[in-house]
Design a protein around this ligand. Structure first.
Ligand code: PGA
Length: 261
């Protein structure tokens, strides 16, 4: 259940700022940038990423420095065209992003995004040179009736194309919907069961490199529970919402990731 140290997989601590246009955003980013510079020697095995709202992307990218990566929160499946209000993966890349979250449960709920739509966004992201972070996760009723692994398996099957290069440059995030923003966190056994299931899927679909694709856990992760979560086998990092808004909280999680014992 608990992991052996894996030299192959770089941990990723990713922040999802959601629809929070913080007035202090740039100063929080500067603090993160400075702390990452101080931790540089220790942090050889862990990446740090912040996904701000699209309106802040280029300003955040301009102060982030070389060690803090920047990502979008969604992207359109098309590269350009008549899609009022939408943003393409290429536009995110031009603004300084190197990652993009796709298929977050809030996008699925608010905008009716389906697994097939997520698959199209994944391809658009990879086509623009971004690394997509594909979110999967069950609702509470689905978990309560014992369907969690079935639901997640279906999401993976349908949102990760088995053609071309879709397994290269890919991150998966397991985010149980009932854990997002609730303070309710699955047990290490529950997280381990799902991450093992995701890993099994990945190694079958991508025999050459499925073992190296990062699988993040997301849902009420904080500096208090991060150590326990990051120690679970096949957890290769975290997707952090509320606790990523302030540099102090977020960097405390990052420090746990670079010193998990
Ligand atoms: P949370 O959000 O950490 O605030 O629960 C995580 C997410 O939705 O990505």
């Amino acid at each position: 259940m608990f992991k052996m140290v894996s030299a192959m997989v770089r941990t990723l601590i990713a922040g999802n700022w959601k629809m929070n246009g913080l007035s202090s955003a740039l100063s929080e980013i500067q603090i993160m940038r400075d702390q990452l510079a101080e931790l540089a020697e220790l942090a050889d095995g862990a990446d740090c990423l912040v996904c701000p709202p699209a309106t802040l992307l280029s300003r955040v990218a301009s102060v982030a420095g070389p060690r803090l990566r920047i990502g979008g929160q969604t992207c359109h499946r098309e590269d350009s065209g008549a899609h009022t209000g939408d943003i393409s993966a290429t536009m995110l890349a031009e603004a300084g992003a190197t990652y993009v979250i796709v298929g977050h449960s809030e996008r699925r709920a608010d905008h009716g995004e389906t697994d097939l739509e997520v698959a199209a966004q994944l391809c658009a992201a990879q086509g623009a040179g971004l690394t997509p972070i594909v979110c999967v996760g069950e609702s509470l009723p689905e978990r309560e009736v014992g369907d969690a692994l079935t639901v997640i398996g279906r999401q993976l099957q349908q949102s990760i194309p088995d053609v071309g290069q879709s397994g290269q440059n890919l991150v998966i995030a397991y985010e149980p919907i009932w854990a997002i923003g609730t303070g309710r966190v699955p047990t290490p056994e529950q997280i381990g069961e799902v991450h093992h299931h995701v890993r099994t899927f990945l190694t079958r679909r991508f025999p050459d490199h499925g073992a190296e694709i990062r699988i993040l856990y997301g849902g009420s992760m904080t500096s208090k529970n991060a150590r326990r979560i990051l120690q679970v086998a096949d957890v290769n990092g975290g997707l952090v919402g509320g606790a990523s808004l302030r540099a102090e909280d977020f960097m405390a999680i990052y420090r746990t990731a670079i010193d998990p014992d």
